[in-house]
Design a protein around this ligand. Structure first.
Ligand code: F6P
Length: 539
């Protein structure tokens, strides 16, 4: 403990110096900076040289990781020990993407056999649907999947589908997560029940939103196809008997386990819709990309370890320079849902205020994450990133090779992402603005009036993830990189990254308020809450 406190203190001290210098100057002062702060693994290049740390700070951060025994914690995670103490669970999502023949254990109990059995069930189902061997009750091949689930049962599959979907899919996926009936209405609009599979994904099979949507989708199927319609239902759940009781045929229930956290579950049967609509080979490649990142995280020394590096860069901004927000901007339309995926991964995992032992945390935890696809974000919130009063570190994600459309447009996209990272760091000085305005023939009075408006402070940090190509494999690596990054942060903060008690209170209160809105109950509330209930309850 004393050693970690000392390492934190050294890093805090480094922060004082970081406030007094500019990132750009570090490139001149530190030969070899780029080489040390950029690293490659699993088809990803992670450049952290535009972060505010010096090479000495980077070493101090690595030292913190070392004395905090990240490697031992990582080994406990991979060994299937109880890393989620408040729920008495291991966290073994890595077992889901390991190739056949592996030997993963949940607190000593082998799990790989079951994992492989469900994977074989998924493969057979995906191939049967894709080939048309498996058809709807009236003999039609399936052309659409309505994927119903929320949170971790939605965000991963949605991201993967958007990222990898073919331009003209043979089978398309529509998603419904929100209990707002509008989303399901749009998901079902224009679909033929006879050609549609409804895949209900819920680890618990108790989630209000998912059950409401599942009931409505089942009614939509039954209205059109009669009682045989339940053959179009598929379920993915760690509570298979509840799914069967809902009406899902037993051979269409795909299991998973309590050691798979919702936000880490896309590698399990939760990804079934994607496995069907993208094809089994693509899904296997996604798993292989995740497994490659696992192998890297497990074996690479801390200084070359991408998840460790990314965690330390984020921690330097969050804890040492007190920056509570981070923007994530994928310059790839196909990755536009990546920020939303990361919001759950990071904020549900690490948005904690007490340690595993129940004591208040010593430091700020998860930053708030937001973002949108570039270049769109440039025309929305980048003004604040460049000239706002708060420094918001940005993580850029770019893809070197174009995928579809005009390759020249892709080059424009790349020009923009490089330019934004450069602009944030370099800025534009008052002198440069004056020169530019003078060259344009502006009057002295006009120049002085405009200089403060057109000056960019610069020195705004960013990280850059460059993917050579957006493939199932690199996407798998990108997701797993962030999963492990979150784990490393959790260890450094001393929190449990795998529970989510903070989502429970709102759920409980919603169940209490629902009968009040339906006019069936009345409970005491504060005046504001009581007013809202009064205004919105069914008359
Ligand atoms: O939002 C809370 C949460 O429990 C998430 O952790 C989870 O991903 C989501 O709800 C959905 O849960 P389930 O898969 O059990 O329906």
């Amino acid at each position: 403990m004393a050693a970690t406190d000392a390492a934190w203190a050294r890093l805090q001290k480094a922060g004082e110096a970081a406030r007094q210098r500019r990132i750009l100057d570090l490139f001149a002062a530190e030969p070899g900076r780029l080489d040390r702060l950029a690293a490659d693994a699993c088809g990803l290049r992670l450049d952290l040289s535009k972060q505010p740390w010096s090479l000495g700070d980077f070493d101090a951060a690595l030292d913190l990781a070392r004395v905090a025994e990240i490697e031992a914690a990582r080994d406990r995670l991979f060994a299937g020990e109880t890393v989620n103490a408040s729920e008495n669970r291991a966290a073994l999502h890595m077992a889901l993407r390991a190739p056949d023949g592996a030997d993963w254990r949940d607190r000593g109990v082998p799990v790989s056999g079951e994992v492989e059995a469900v994977r074989a069930q998924m493969k057979a189902f995906a191939q049967a649907v894709e080939s048309g061997a498996k058809r709807g009750v009236s003999g039609e091949p399936f052309k659409a999947i309505v994927h119903i689930g929320i949170g971790g049962s939605d965000l991963g599959p949605r991201l993967i589908w958007e990222a990898l979907r073919p331009l003209n899919p043979k089978i398309e996926i529509r998603f419904a997560a929100n209990v707002d009936p509008s989303e399901l209405a749009f998901a079902l609009a224009g679909l033929e029940p006879a050609e549609t599979l409804v895949v209900v994904v819920s680890k618990t099979f108790t989630t209000q939103e998912t059950l409401a949507n599942a009931e409505a989708a089942r009614a939509w199927l039954r209205d059109a196809l009669g009682p045989a319609a339940d053959a179009h239902l598929v379920a993915v759940s760690a509570a298979p008997t509840v799914a069967q009781a809902f009406g899902v045929p037993a051979d269409q229930v795909f299991g998973f386990w309590d050691w798979v956290g919702g936000r880490y579950s896309v590698w399990s049967a939760v990804g079934l819709s994607c496995a069907v609509a993208l094809g089994w080979a693509a899904f296997e490649e996604l798993l292989a990309g995740g497994a490659a990142m696992d192998a890297h995280f497990r074996a690479a020394p801390l200084e070359a370890n991408l998840p460790v590096r990314l965690a330390l860069a984020h921690l330097f901004n969050r804890n040492i320079l007190s920056r509570p927000i981070r923007a994530v901007i994928p310059y790839a339309q196909r990755l536009r849902l990546f920020p939303a995926f990361l919001q759950q991964l990071e904020m549900e995992s690490n948005g904690k205020r007490v340690t595993e032992a129940g004591a208040p945390v010593a430091r700020a935890t998860a930053a708030s994450v937001f973002g949108d696809a570039g270049t769109n974000g440039q025309h929305a919130f980048f003004q604040a990133l460049h000239q706002g009063t708060d420094v918001v570190p940005v993580d850029f994600v770019a893809v070197a090779e174009p995928r579809e459309g005009d390759p020249a447009a892709h080059v424009k996209l790349l020009a923009n992402v490089i330019a934004q990272a450069e602009a944030l760091m370099v800025g534009r000085s008052a002198g440069e603005v004056r020169e530019e305005l003078t060259a344009k023939g502006a009057s002295a009075e006009e120049i002085e009036r405009l200089v403060p408006q057109r000056t960019f402070p610069g020195d705004r940090p960013s990280g850059f993830i460059l993917m050579q190509a957006l493939t199932p494999r690199t996407l798998g690596a990108l997701i797993a990189l962030h999963e492990h990054k979150v784990f490393v942060e959790g260890v450094l903060w001393g929190i449990n990254s795998f529970d989510q008690w903070g989502v429970e209170l709102g759920k409980a209160l919603a169940s209490r308020i629902l009968p009040e809105l339906e006019g069936k109950a009345s409970n005491p509330h504060d005046p504001s809450t009581a007013d809202l209930i009064g205004r919105l309850k069914s008359k």
